[in-house]
Design a protein around this ligand. Structure first.
Ligand SMILES: [Zn+2]
Length: 322
């Protein structure tokens, strides 16, 4: 028999137990369990539960978390009581059929797939055809630096590719980004990861594989975008620059690789970035990882990040040379 582990319990299982009649299968959004804190009682549902049943979040009031957090809020219990309740209500690991009987639409998460680089042949283009790499090479960045961060060019879709490589050196995902000549993203064509539906997860930090070679005395600068990590590490070589891949992409599972290091969180200058930075610090604090938030942007609220400062300086350097 499997050892009792709350992680085998799904949010759908809890919802059924506590009798949330507004949690109906087949619907994408549910009435928030925190609806008393919503202006209109959450009449237009804003709570989403991930298909695998292990994570929920509310787009309106911002509550989110795993099955324990869900039980805490819906039962108004503290953590200790929640664990007692879970053990009592789910003495053995709930079987797959238990939840699927009532919530037939959801699927168990697939096993992680890794990327087979050889399958990408024919898609990988010349580095100098990539607007992103070309510009950085012009600024003096080395080919080796771009390679170490897994930057490549998808000549088929004419996009820059950022390969996500985990601590064990396996490729877990690719983000494709369309850049403009000023190295800002082309907003009309949003970045894309390989799809979770196809088994590709975003379950590591961008640049994470670099931790393996770096002594613990090196701090980590945690930023949002891959671009910032690539450029930041070119300008400031003392620390290891890693990216979350998006303001809301950091979580506890990804934080463990940072144990034993100091972490400086340097997210974007906007509301989402500042909120995410506070959340990231909480996650790190809970794991006893020393973390500080670095926000040099003052009142700016335009989504600026460190790469914008660095690119500006690199541009000036070139001007002064000529
Ligand atoms: Zn809510």
């Amino acid at each position: 028999m499997r050892k009792w582990d709350y992680k085998n319990i799904e949010i759908f299982d809890i919802a059924q137990k506590v009798g949330f009649d507004y949690l109906k299968p087949g619907k994408k959004l549910y009435k928030c369990i925190n609806s008393q804190h919503h202006k209109n009682g959450d009449k237009a549902p804003s709570l989403s539960i991930r298909q695998d049943g292990y994570f929920f979040n509310c787009f309106t009031c911002g509550i989110k978390g795993n099955v324990v957090e869900f039980a805490k809020i819906s039962l108004n219990m503290d953590k200790e009581s929640v664990f007692k309740w879970l053990k009592k209500e789910f003495p053995s690991t709930p079987s797959k059929s238990f939840s699927e009987a009532s919530f037939g639409t959801k699927k168990k998460p697939e096993i992680q797939k890794f990327i087979d680089i050889s399958s990408l042949e024919g898609m990988l283009g010349k580095r100098t055809d990539d607007i992103f790499s070309r510009k950085l090479l012009d600024f003096g960045m080395s080919e080796a630096h771009l390679k170490s961060y897994g930057v490549a060019y998808d000549c088929k879709n004419q996009k820059t590719m950022f390969f996500y490589k985990n601590l064990n050196g396996r490729f877990t995902n690719i983000k494709r980004v369309k850049f403009k000549a000023d190295l800002h993203r082309d907003k009309s064509d949003p970045p894309r990861f390989l799809s979770e539906k196809d088994g590709y997860k975003i379950n590591c930090l961008y640049g994470e594989h670099l931790l393996k070679e770096a002594p613990l005395s090196k701090s980590v600068i945690l930023v949002e975008s891959e671009k910032t990590a690539v450029i930041g590490s070119f300008i400031e070589k003392e620390n290891i620059w890693l990216a979350t891949g998006g303001a809301t992409h950091f979580n506890e599972a990804k934080a463990h690789v940072l144990k034993g290091r100091k972490v400086i969180i340097a997210f974007d200058a906007d509301d989402a970035g500042r909120r995410a930075a506070i959340d990231a610090k909480k996650i790190l604090d809970a794991l006893s990882i020393s973390a500080t938030i670095f926000d040099p942007f003052g009142d700016l609220d335009n989504g600026f990040d460190l790469a914008d400062i660095f690119l500006d300086n690199l541009q000036k350097r070139i001007l002064n040379k000529n």
